[in-house]
Design a binder for this molecule. Structure first.
Ligand code: NDP
Length: 448
């Protein structure tokens, strides 16, 4: 039988040959494959049963047309996807992204990472992801509603509480989930368990809105504590100003850190006294305005066009929470020079492979996305539990479970990394810990 290194290289080559243009997907697979040699070497059955080649191939992918009518009466057509990646440990679970950049590569990279993230939560959920190249920005509520209705008219054929349970992601928040749920209900009757991130009156969970951002900070706090550090007194930069970023900022401030900057896709705001999160919440969640508006209310803050990672101030902790590949190797080098000693990812794959190398070379504490941002899907799974037992837990109860789950994820990453000879490398820890459970389930289910 071939050795682990040759087996991993062979499978990666095949993935590359099959989908040479899916750059984001290949990046996610490479990051994963770069870390799992020790586990493959220790368990020859994984090679015998060709687990890697099976795990990188989605169980199925749907692509569909979404026609809808804009406010001027023009018929518009978008393209949509749902990738049902792995049901080894539970029904497919993962968000929907509405953003013009969405394509099959992006949905596959997100779905692939979701498999291991969901496994790390310790909850029985498989991996999936979906979305559309629809851009909700600048659309009226009625346009978003008509799009969501058309999208769900097709998607509802493939999902269900025990089959596939979508949630939100970039461009899909409470408003979109409400419309999607309404259309599902019209076609199938009330089925609370079919979507998560629902508004509270229709079976949503308290603390789901906060979960990814809060969870990110809980994870980071554990990582800092083990290194003898804490958020107290530290300057923090958070990219993005959406769902994840807002609640990360809120929790950092509760733990005594100061978030000095956050951003949107046009530019960033710098407020050395600390970002006023209530202003950001209102601007983004209620008024749906650009982050540049912040400075009209807080004139001592400044707005700068461009990426937030271009700022020159010194700070210690970076929480990228906008999108994939926002931090390159060169940017990571710059962050280290600015004093950054910890990076934890709210967004999925915000650091490219070169940036990860820079963190590792410079001993930056690094919490990879599939561990650090798992709080959202964890509370989504808690929402599914509440829907099943027809009970609602209090905010404090859900938040406390979230904190326990994030602590447990951190401990798994730390301990598994150590067990496999990579102490302090939480990428290896997260990948191996997530993979062990999924691969064990796959082996016990036979060749499927
Ligand atoms: P939102 O749509 O609420 O916010 C996204 C934020 O990121 C906005 O400020 C947006 O700016 C910015 N952004 C999006 N695309 C780009 C881009 N190409 N360049 C620069 N900025 C960009 O999304 P979420 O907060 O939900 O998601 C943010 C990240 O967190 C994503 O990577 C997502 O996959 C990940 N994530 C989200 C979870 C959740 O529960 N929501 C769970 C786990 C991970 P603008 O408004 O200008 O577009």
């Amino acid at each position: 039988m071939e050795n682990a290194t040759d087996y991993i290289a062979k499978v990666y080559k095949k993935v590359e040959q099959r989908d040479p243009n899916q750059v984001e997907f290949l990046q996610a697979v490479k990051e994963f494959f770069d870390t799992i040699e020790p586990v493959i070497a220790r368990h020859p059955k994984l090679i015998e049963e060709n687990i890697l080649e099976r795990i990188v191939e989605p169980e199925r992918i749907f692509q569909f047309r979404v026609p809808w009518t804009d406010d001027q009466g023009n018929v518009q057509v978008n393209r949509a996807f749902r990738v049902q990646f792995s049901s080894a440990i539970g029904p497919y679970k993962g968000g929907l992204r509405f953003h013009p950049s969405v394509n099959q590569s992006i949905v596959k990279f997100l779905g692939f990472e979701q498999i291991f993230k969901n496994s790390l939560t310790g909850l029985p959920i498989g991996g999936g992801k979906g979305g559309s190249d629809f851009n909700p920005k600048g659309k009226s509520d009625f346009e978003v509603m008509r799009f969501c209705q058309s999208f769900m008219t097709e998607l509802q054929k493939y999902i269900g509480p025990d089959v596939d349970v979508p949630a939100g992601d970039i461009g899909v928040g409470g408003r979109e989930i409400g419309y999607l749920f309404g259309q599902y209900k019209k076609l199938n009757g009330f089925g609370a368990g079919v979507l998560t991130g629902k508004p509270i009156p229709m079976g949503g969970s308290l603390a789901r809105t906060e979960a990814t951002g809060y969870g990110l900070v809980y994870f980071t706090d554990e990582m800092l504590k083990d290194a003898g550090k804490s958020f107290a007194g530290e300057k923090v930069v958070v990219s993005g100003s959406g769902n994840v970023a807002i609640y990360a900022i809120e929790k950092v401030h509760q733990l005594g850190g100061t978030v000095i900057a956050c951003s949107d896709s046009n530019g960033y705001i710098l407020d050395l006294d600390g970002i006023k999160v209530d202003t950001v919440k209102r601007l983004k969640e209620v008024e749906r305005k650009r982050i540049s508006e912040y400075v009209t209310e807080h004139p001592t803050a400044t707005y700068v066009e461009g990426s937030v990672w271009e700022l020159e101030e010194e700070f210690q902790i970076a929480l990228p929470s906008a999108t994939q590949n926002e931090i390159s190797g060169a940017t990571a080098e710059k962050l280290v020079k600015q004093g950054v000693y910890a990076v934890a990812e709210g967004a999925n794959m915000p650091s490219d492979l070169d940036a990860i190398k820079v963190y590792q070379t410079n001993k930056v504490l690094y919490g990879p996305a599939k561990a650090a941002n798992a709080g959202g899907v964890a509370v989504s799974a808690l929402e599914m539990s509440q829907n099943s037992i027809r009970l609602s837990w209090t905010f404090e109860e859900v938040d406390s479970r979230l904190k326990d789950i994030m602590t447990d994820i951190y401990v798994q990453c730390r301990d598994v990394a150590k067990e496999y000879g990579a102490e302090g490398d939480f990428v290896t820890g997260a990948n191996i810990a997530g993979f062990l459970k999924v691969s064990e389930a796959m082996l016990s289910q036979g060749v499927l």
